[in-house]
Design a protein around this ligand. Structure first.
Ligand code: AMP
Ligand code: MG
Length: 398
């Protein structure tokens, strides 16, 4: 028995992904790396915390001194001050982040102590104070030399604290993936210009450009609309191949008389890896490799096809170029509140609007040219061939 269509499609895209090499690596200062992809392991250059520190404002004491007479306050340990000593029957006033004296065994919270001039009485009954309580131990977060972040990590704001803490002023990150967009079609005019009835404004260019610009590890180097002339397309493609790691084309990829994208790729020395997938919308999609190992994806021209196939197929391939391929992505599965019984023998990407509690409502769509339902959608679900119903289905958000 042959594999389900979805597995076949996933397999052919991952086979292509394996052929692609990540872009080069560059050094960047910490101010420039958020949103970029780490190309080296990030190691801890010291223990964290570097010494035992207090988790509270209060008093550092020994357990044996908890009972009995008030303790003399012999010193202060504030954050940023070097450690002080603690002698028997004394206490050290300590603040959050302050170094714990080496002989101290616990920190009593300020609110559990009564202070009289230079003496402190601890109100906590001995059995309620644990050895080590309110002390953050040296190295409890990580030890010197341990790997904190592996190569391939997307550097979100969450990673910045650790990067700053461990003294990395410069890091190796993958260079931004340089992407060019080529929109084909004799019918296209630039957005914002008055159109003849037989012309349309190029919307695929702006869609792809904004989708790509949301990611700091991507650099849109060029966007151009070209007419349906093989020679013009070959020239534009050759030019962009020289300065891009990836090229996304729209339109001209099916079997019509004006569909020159496959031929243009061949004339530029490219190799077609797959052409047509059992999907709707976007069936004529094409994946190719440029003569220098560049990623080329030909997306069918209809607006819904472009948005869906860029998100679903071009992005995973771009992630491979960017060094992100093995990083798990958040996958959402959502149920549909208004399922119907329509079934396709293709993998079906259906536009949805999110309704309450993370459920999706299928939008009434006029097909792959319906940019109105596209505009109203939050994303789409992937319905495997031969299936229908409420799901839950895998959800992709814009
Ligand atoms: P194609 O894949 O070239 O056959 O294009 C299919 C249809 O998509 C065209 O007839 C246009 O209506 C539409 N289309 C193609 N390119 C664009 C574009 N850049 N912007 C908006 N619509 C487009
Ligand atoms: Mg066309």
């Amino acid at each position: 028995m042959s594999l389900p269509l979805l597995d076949q499609v996933t397999a052919s895209v991952s086979r292509f992904s394996e052929l692609l090499q990540p872009v080069a690596v560059e050094k960047k200062s910490i101010a420039e790396i958020v949103g970029r992809i780490l190309a080296q392991p990030l190691l801890a250059d010291r223990d964290s915390p570097p010494i035992d520190v207090s988790a509270m404002d209060g008093f550092a004491i020994r357990m044996a001194d908890l009972q009995g007479e008030p303790l003399k306050i012999v010193g202060t340990a504030a954050a940023g001050s070097p450690p002080v000593e603690l002698h028997p029957r004394t206490a050290v006033r300590i603040f959050t982040g302050g170094p714990v004296p080496s002989d101290a065994e616990a920190v009593v919270r300020r609110e559990d102590a009564d202070i009289a001039v230079d003496q402190v009485s601890i109100r906590t009954p001995p059995h309620e104070l644990r050895y080590g309580q309110n002390i953050r131990r040296c190295g409890e977060n990580i030890r010197t030399g341990q790997e904190l972040l592996p190569p391939g990590t997307l550097l979100t704001t969450a990673a910045m604290s650790a990067i700053a803490t461990f003294g990395a002023s410069e890091l190796s990150v993958y260079a931004r993936v340089r992407v060019s967009i080529l929109n084909t079609g004799d019918e296209l005019i630039p957005p914002g210009e008055p159109a003849q009835p037989w012309q349309i404004r190029d919307s695929n260019g702006p869609v792809l450009e904004t989708m790509l610009r949301l990611h700091r590890w991507i650099h849109v180097v060029h966007r151009q609309a070209v007419t349906d002339k093989l020679a013009i397309l070959v020239e534009a493609l050759n030019q962009q191949l020289a300065s891009s790691d990836a090229i996304l084309l729209t339109g001209g990829v099916s079997m019509g008389d004006y569909d020159f994208v496959p031929e243009a790729i061949l004339q530029c020395g490219g190799k077609i890896i797959f052409h047509r997938l059992p999907i709707r919308p976007g069936k004529p999609i094409l994946g190719a490799m440029g003569p220098g190992g560049q990623l080329i994806v030909g997306l069918p021209g209809n607006p819904v096809s472009v948005a869906v196939t860029a998100k679903r197929f071009a992005f995973p391939l771009l992630r491979k170029l960017g060094g992100l391929a093995n990083v798990p992505q958040l996958l959402n599965w959502i149920p549909i509140v208004n399922p119907d019984s329509k079934v396709l023998d293709l993998i079906w990407y259906r536009l949805v609007k999110l309704v309450d509690n993370g459920k999706g409502e299928l939008l009434d769509s006029h097909g792959s040219g319906d940019l109105v339902s596209l505009a109203l959608s939050d994303g789409f679900v992937e319905v495997p061939a031969g299936q229908s119903g409420p799901g839950p289905w895998k959800y992709f958000s814009w």
